[in-house]
Design a binder for this molecule. Structure first.
Ligand SMILES: Cc1cc2nc3c(=O)[nH]c(=O)nc-3n(C[C@H](O)[C@H](O)[C@H](O)COP(=O)(O)OP(=O)(O)OC[C@H]3O[C@@H](n4cnc5c(N)ncnc54)[C@H](O)[C@@H]3O)c2cc1C
Length: 580
């Protein structure tokens, strides 16, 4: 029996163990959930499909009309994840992710507006709020009378969020907040702000989460930012000047706000993943339409191998992203608590897949793809933000790979707790990791493999399961070797770390595909799962090749040369070989 409090498929995998019970059978929505979702999807279609021209116009204008936001409220879109007893729809992670997917098919700005409210804006209240706080705010958040925003980033604190400067100083039972938050989604339309502020001036950290509302004196928001994409969604600064916040508005424990922020971001990641999957599905439809209609050299361009390769790859990427995102959401719905690594993987994989697909779909459309009349360039612009917000993909890769180094935490007494700190906050945890690496490197024998093979999968996927097992074994060995090679310096060895993360991303995706296709074969028979079997075959082959390249590059690479070139140009401040 797996312990849902601590079980993590990827963290076990890095120990050399395939905890297949966590992901097999692959989670599917219940009949009742499918019915609810079917109704929501139909409503969204009738509401949003006719608005294509409006979405394009609002993108140009860089603003979403208030009247349309009222329509979103009327459709219940701000109450998606709020429990029914507080007036919401009470959707689980899978259903929520699916709704965001659907919204993104129509418009990225709409999806981000709804997503920032539910995924991060008021997620802290759901996760950490007291009953009193929930009763006070959730009914209003559910109707959209209050829209929510998540306020962490500051001019000097982006990826290094623990370095925020906004202060909260006690004054009797209240707190006085001062500071400036930057690039806050929904800033211009929100009334409920989850604000993170320092509650002690001693060094980094000591952060506390607060519920701040627009009616509090001293809260102001700046003008809409003029952005590259998701232009109609509101992004503003949020300024706090001597804002008096009652002690009753502290979210979670005083001083534990960083953990609150990280939990919110982890918990919200399937929203962004779902959005990316929605984007992928739309791009496939656009690409298919374009490829069938456009005739060159006397034939539809869909008949050319290069075009077909792009479309086929989009299908593989979409299925992989969907499998991973739904798996992570399914784990959340089944009560698994430790999914931070898997959620980070789903964000990186899905956001990069939609980025590639947007670029390729535009390429299939050729010059017309570059024209504003068609939706491609907007989708390219809208998709780009996904790799930056809610944790940049670089930071998330570091986070994912650090988990791979956690394999002997149990044996090394006292380290398990510290490593948990690393996983909550990779950057702050780097110091701890140095100790870990030193001790790990001194271990003569590294790997424990209680169960390094699958037993629950359908026999039809055995060859892909073997690809997974081989790469998983190599992953455990590579983790060990990397630590031996770099010792204390592993924390600065970002390129090997990135390669390890890339293998983990591929392996989690392959695990998700194996579980999904195997479950489909067992439920519906081999014939019905024919094309999905093909997707699995292609993905496994590609993942195997990428993993082999990543493993090989751990020892055989040109990192030192690339580093030397970067050092040279960073020193010179420019490219130094111009021939004029
Ligand atoms: C449209 C938009 C909406 C946003 N919405 C919100 C919101 O609602 N709430 C909120 O709080 N924030 C929001 N943000 C902020 C967003 O979360 C940050 O932009 C993001 O966390 C990255 O921070 P940064 O932009 O300061 O980049 P930086 O942290 O300065 O990073 C710059 C580059 O350096 C890399 N980098 C940084 N540190 C490391 C490292 N240790 N190792 C390797 N590479 C590193 C990064 O990956 C990145 O490529 C939003 C941003 C945008 C653009």
């Amino acid at each position: 029996m797996v312990d849902k409090k601590t079980a993590s498929f990827m963290r076990s995998l890095c120990l050399g163990e395939i905890e297949e019970e966590i992901i097999v059978p692959y989670p599917e929505p219940t009949v009742a959930e499918k019915e609810t979702l079917g109704a929501i999807v139909a409503t969204l279609k009738s509401m949003l499909q006719p608005r294509e021209k409006d979405f394009a116009a609002w993108d140009r204008a860089g603003e979403m009309p208030r009247a349309f936001i009222e329509e979103l409220k009327g459709a219940g879109l701000f109450g998606l994840v709020i429990p029914e007893r507080h007036g919401g729809l009470g959707l689980g992670a899978t259903a929520y992710s699916r709704v965001i997917q659907e919204l993104t098919r129509y418009d990225g700005s709409v999806a981000v507006t709804v997503g920032a409210h539910s995924s991060i804006g008021m997620r802290g209240l759901l996760l950490f709020g007291t009953e009193e706080q929930k009763a006070r705010y959730l009914p209003k958040l559910s109707t959209g009378e209050m829209i929510a925003a998540f306020c962490l980033t500051e001019p000097g604190a982006g990826s290094d969020a623990a370095s925020i400067k906004t202060t909260a100083v006690r004054d009797g039972d209240d707190w006085i907040l001062n500071g400036e938050k930057l690039w806050i989604t929904n800033g211009g339309i929100a009334d409920f702000f989850s604000v993170f502020a320092k509650t002690s001036q001693e060094g980094r950290g000591h952060i506390t989460a607060f519920i701040v509302t627009r009616d509090m004196k001293g809260v102001t928001t700046g003008p809409h930012e003029d952005k590259m994409g998701i232009r109609a969604s509101s992004t503003t600064t949020v300024s706090l000047e001597d804002v008096r916040v009652p002690g009753a508005n502290v979210m979670g424990e005083v001083g534990k706000g960083f953990k609150v922020a990280m939990k919110i971001l982890n918990s919200g990641r399937t929203g962004l993943g779902g959005g990316s999957v929605g984007g992928l599905k739309r791009l496939i439809e656009l690409a298919v339409h374009q490829a069938r209609e456009r005739v060159q050299f006397g034939r539809p361009i869909a008949t050319f191998g290069s075009i077909r390769q792009k479309i086929g790859q989009m299908v593989v990427d979409c299925y992989a992203a969907e499998s991973v995102v739904n798996l992570v959401a399914g784990l959340a719905d089944r009560g698994f608590e430790d999914m931070a690594v898997e959620a980070a993987i789903s964000k990186v994989l899905a956001t990069e897949a939609v980025g590639r697909a947007a670029d390729e779909a535009l390429q299939i459309a050729g010059g017309s793809g570059y024209m504003r009349e068609l939706p491609y360039e907007r989708v390219v612009r809208d998709a780009r933000i996904n790799r930056i917000f809610e944790g940049t993909n670089e930071i998330l890769r570091l986070f994912i790979a650090l988990a791979a180094m956690n394999d002997v935490g149990e044996e090394l007494k006292g380290l398990a707790d510290s490593m948990r700190g690393v996983l909550d906050h990779p950057v702050k945890g780097f110091g701890v990791l140095s100790d870990y690496a030193k001790r790990r490197a001194s271990l003569a024998t590294g790997l424990r493999r209680p169960k390094g093979h699958w037993t629950l999968l359908a026999p039809q996927v055995a060859s892909e399961a073997a690809v997974f097992e081989d790469a998983a074994r190599e992953l455990a060995i590579a983790t060990d070797r990397l630590l031996r090679k770099h010792g204390k310096k592993i924390v600065e060895a970002q390129l090997p770390t990135k390669r390890l993360a890339d293998v983990m991303i591929d392996l989690f995706a392959l695990g998700a595909l194996l579980a999904r296709v195997s479950t489909r074969i067992e439920d519906q028979g081999e014939a019905a799962a024919g094309m999905e079997r093909e997707i699995l075959r292609v993905f496994a082959h590609q993942a195997k090749r990428r993993a082999a390249a990543n493993f090989a590059a751990m020892d055989d690479n040109e990192d030192a040369g690339v580093e030397a070139l970067a050092a040279h140009v960073l020193e010179a401040g420019r490219y130094t070989w111009d021939n004029l």
